[in-house]
Design a binder for this molecule. Sequence first.
Ligand code: SF4
Length: 394
Amino acid sequence: VALRADSIDTTRSGQWSADPGFGVYVHIPFCRHRCHYCDFNTYEKADALHGPYVDALVCAIESGASVSGRKATSVFFGGGTPTLLSPTQLARILEAVGHSVGIAPDAEITVEANPETVDVASLCELRAAGFNRLSIGVQSLVPSVLAGLGRTHSGERALEAIDAGRRAGFTDINADLIYGSPWETERDWIASLTGVIDAQPEHVSAYALTIESGTPLATLVSTGRVPNIDPDIQADRHGVAGTLLGAAGYERYEVSNWARPGYSSQHNVLYWCAGDYLGFGAGAHGHAGGRRYWSVRLPRDFIDRVNAGSSTEAGHEVLGPDERAGEALMLGLRLRGGLDVGQWIDLYGHEAWSRREATVLDFERRGIIERTGGRVRIASWAALVGDAAARELL
Ligand code: SF4
């Protein structure tokens, strides 16, 4: 299916779209070391599984392509740490996506990387393989903050990774940051932001730290060895990010994401537009036409199932029309450009809107939601709390 050029333009500008394209997510569930705050589906000390996992992933992609029938407008290799695999292995997986699913000519193709796993040579190989967007896990540039988070790289190494990406030919680089950890001062946060801004990535994602149960950080907090996070401080830090990034020419297009004009993440926007995407790999989720599915979480199980010729799906749910409408509204409100109410009604029907209109009006009255020119969005001040409020629209 030929890709409409305007669907790419729309999503690159970070705007809500009724036609946000079609994505592919590939999960690489390996990390060199588990960070203290992490609850992602990732495993350390599993090097022996890397080769068999790549073989299984390629096999799953080649046999799962019939689900789609559309070409991908965005491909995202996430983890875990995808760059723990060799560039050759990542290239092989991407090639399988290209052959089996198909990738649109202007597609955004992202690979996540941790600073200590890349250099100019490896990034040149990834660029040559077709990856055109690099997302570096910087998190902080301050040694004490990195140590508290359990990160194993230095701030200097993170900046070197951005520079290496640039020298390898990446023209679309994201830096991931985390703010609001209990041991971070405002001065630390400003130092991280200004250091990253000086490195001039096209895109910055800045997320408030959350304490996820089952993580070492959760244990430290529950036993009183580390103070809990303070939501007011996190709200202040979000404001500081907005001020500094805004002054440096970045526009916030979603609650936690800033980009230079034209560099919004097409793949992320697809998620917020409730678009369809295939998910490949251990624990990966996918969504197509209201059917959401997820794979078995353990890499060993994923490999065994593929090798046995069985499905890797661990479960699925089918959303009803009204559930899809509510979810699309809740997600779309996160985008700063706002969700187009008229187009949303075209997709989901007047009845779905009528059922939610009173709640939307109530949120407008309380200033949580803003409406301009037929579009609705979460108000700037409510960025960190609006998501919880918007759940009432489900
Ligand atoms: S690098 Fe990312 S995925 Fe890996 S353990 Fe740290 S936070 Fe989790």
